[in-house]
Write a protein that binds this ligand. Structure first.
Ligand code: MN
Length: 383
């Protein structure tokens, strides 16, 4: 076995043990060995051994802290599609539930991509419902796509555009619907890189040019907030970041603005322990900086359809630079970052609620339905 690959696998194992010390390590190793053997001799477009890809996908699945079957299915997600291994082989070795997951991912991989915009979301919704009685299938598929997008540079220009378009139109919206903001952003940014390379590079370079100034600004705001919170004896974590490329891109093009004219390039997060503290912190922020009229949103009392909760406000500091502040509890934060995956983790912790049961499926179905009328295709309308 290739030493590099064994190392990558061991990193995965360590990562999982970090959140699930009770995992059956032998079963995990068997899955790795089986995947390794099945993909033996296959290479990725980069020239690397193929097995690197399923391990990387399993690592992303592990970041979502999903259950052992999901990790094993991620390791095996391409064996039915790309190797002689069959559903029965997988079921015999790793159980029916893993085989069902792998088969589900395989079906999504074979999914016919349609380009007629209006039909797309509807088709997609139907397919997702029909094919994935189990939402973990979609989560693994999203992780698969994310790793493919991360390594898209080795593909032909045509394939790059095709996959990027599909990602922007299907996978990013699903990630959004499932509330997985972090993955959604990365999918959008990596797609934009190929869909509008010039636009993407321009923003990236402009951001790079200003990064020293940005960092100084963010640090000063962060320090001010942290100092005030200490004064108020509020325990919290404060983070600052520049918004992601695609969200800047969209603003520049829809509002016809230059980077300098974009209203809120910066977003800060204050994470606190409970809901009343969120409102206290909001009061402090409005006391420290000038709030911009009409920019306050209370997604705590009225959550977004995908479950997102937070207080949002835009304020202007002494430097005259506007920035957004998002205030939320740790639990709301986990939901914001990992969406449905966080919801599951919570459920798992609450009792022995089984993942992928009809009840969870029902929850997802409602989630998808409640949003079917919203943002049909932002990207297309942007262009
Ligand atoms: Mn794959």
């Amino acid at each position: 076995m290739d030493e590099q690959i064994v190392k990558q696998y061991e990193a995965l194992e360590k990562q999982i043990l970090g959140y699930n010390p009770g995992i059956d390590v032998q079963r995990l190793r068997d899955a790795f060995t089986f995947a390794y053997g099945s993909h033996d001799g296959q290479k990725r477009k980069s020239g690397e051994p193929y097995i690197i890809h399923p391990i990387a996908v399993a690592q992303i699945v592990a970041e979502l802290e999903l259950d052992p079957d999901s990790i094993i299915a991620a390791l095996l997600h391409d064996v039915i599609e790309d190797t002689p291994a069959t559903y029965e082989d997988v079921a015999k070795r790793f159980g029916e539930s893993v085989a069902i997951l792998v088969e589900g991912v395989t079906k999504l991989t074979r999914m016919q991509y349609v380009t007629k915009e209006e039909e797309q979301m509807e088709n997609l919704r139907k397919m997702l419902m029909a094919m994935s009685r189990d939402i973990r299938v979609i989560l693994i598929k999203i992780c698969d796509r994310l790793h493919n997008m991360r390594t898209m540079e080795y593909q032909s220009p045509q394939k790059q555009r095709e996959k990027s378009r599909e990602t922007m139109e299907i996978y990013a919206p699903i990630a959004h619907r499932l509330g997985m903001q972090r993955i959604k952003w990365e999918l959008e940014d990596t797609s934009l890189r190929y869909l509008d390379p010039i636009g993407y590079q321009e923003i990236n370079q402009e951001l790079k040019k200003r990064s020293a100034a940005h960092e100084a600004f963010m640090e000063s705001v962060q320090e001010k907030i942290t100092a005030r919170m200490a004064e108020e004896k509020v325990e919290c974590k404060v983070y600052g970041r520049v918004k992601h490329v695609y969200s800047i891109y969209r603003k520049m093009y829809t509002q016809n603005k230059t980077l300098d004219e974009i209203f809120d390039l910066y977003a800060f997060r204050v994470i606190v322990s409970d809901v009343p503290t969120c409102y206290n912190v909001l009061g402090c922020i409005h006391d420290m900086f000038n709030p911009v009229l009409g920019r306050f949103k209370d997604y705590i009392s009225t959550p977004k359809p995908n479950g997102y909760q937070s207080l949002h406000t835009t304020v202007i500091g002494r430097e005259g630079i506007p920035f957004e502040v998002q205030i939320r509890t740790q639990e709301m934060h986990n939901t914001a970052e990992y969406g449905i995956a966080a919801h599951w983790k919570y459920k798992q912790g609450m009792g022995n609620q089984k993942l992928g049961t009809e009840e969870t499926f029902e929850w997802v179905r409602k989630l998808l339905e409640s949003q079917q009328d919203t943002d049909p295709d932002e990207f297309i309308s942007t262009l």
